[in-house]
Ligand binder design. Structure first.
Ligand code: DGL
Length: 270
């Protein structure tokens, strides 16, 4: 009954941790494509091909349902995968929609026309590929009207985290927040639209100021997975064992993950 969790690197562990807290008995197989991270500066074709390869690897682990715990893959590849590639007995779900539902105060499956919502000025922090896809604005427009979104492509942050350089990651976060604030001085809410960014959430909050509500995806995705599995239990795959796989160097990835998550995590070669 295992579920697969995929990210380009260690960022998806923020989602995995939240799923583990919400569904402690569910075996999870994590795959980090660290050999090819970051995805955020790649072309959409490249992201599509890498994401399909990773998802196939997780299917081979007995995970019929895979969560793309990666906004870049969700924004740049998921729609094409769902339309052209995923067989009927498998499911791949992204991390975008649960967050947009939370921001627009909607329940799952509420397909009523777009309406006014409480937040009017939203800052989006994401990778260059996610920002370029405009997937966030597209999904938001289905659900809300009158929301002003200012997106900041946060070049370098995922790289710094993947290299284990917390000081550089912090400096980059502060400079990206400053750049955004020059264009939108008073955002009401900020969306951390990359699963690596919760690892720097306190820096984002500090740089934005206490009055800005920071939306981070992990708990929202965990809640929506729990809900999905109640509705579609047939997608619990036959895998039984939790494990952490990486296409990178297992020792180096284990050390970085342990540093950022502040608990010991052992990766094995994918
Ligand atoms: N964690 C991925 C995301 O949510 C990082 C993307 C990357 O590899 O650049 O977008």
């Amino acid at each position: 009954m295992a579920v697969g969790v995929f990210d380009s690197g260690i960022g998806g562990l923020t989602v995995l941790d939240a799923i583990t807290r919400r569904l402690p008995d569910l075996p999870l197989v994590y795959l980090g494509d660290n050999a090819h991270a970051p995805y955020g500066v790649r072309t959409h074709d490249d992201i599509f091909n890498l994401t399909c390869a990773a998802v196939e690897r997780l299917w081979a682990e007995g995970c019929d349902l895979v969560i793309l715990a990666c906004n870049t893959a969700s924004a740049a590849a998921l729609k094409r995968m769902q339309e052209t590639w995923i067989p009927a007995d498998k499911r791949v779900l992204g991390v975008f929609v649960p967050m947009i539902e939370a921001l627009t105060e909607r329940q799952w499956g509420d397909n009523s026309p777009p309406r006014e919502v409480a937040v009017k000025h939203v800052a989006l922090f994401a990778t260059p590929a996610t920002v370029a896809s405009r997937a966030f604005q597209r999904e938001l427009a289905f659900r809300a009207i009158g929301v002003d979104v200012e997106a900041q492509p946060c070049g370098g942050v995922v790289d710094a985290i993947e290299q284990g350089d917390e000081i550089l990651a912090e400096a980059l976060v502060r400079s990206h927040v400053e750049a955004l604030k020059r264009r939108m001085p008073h955002p009401q809410a900020a969306v951390l639209g990359c699963t690596h960014y919760p690892l720097m959430e306190s820096t984002f909050q500090d740089a934005l100021g206490a009055g800005v509500k920071v939306f981070s995806q992990a708990n929202l995705v965990a809640e929506s997975l729990a809900d999905y599995l109640v509705r579609r239990p047939e997608f619990l795959g036959k895998g039984q064992e939790s494990k952490f796989l990486t296409t990178g160097d297992p020792k180096a990835v284990s050390n970085k993950a342990t540093q950022f998550l502040r608990r010991r995590i052992e990766f094995q070669a994918a």
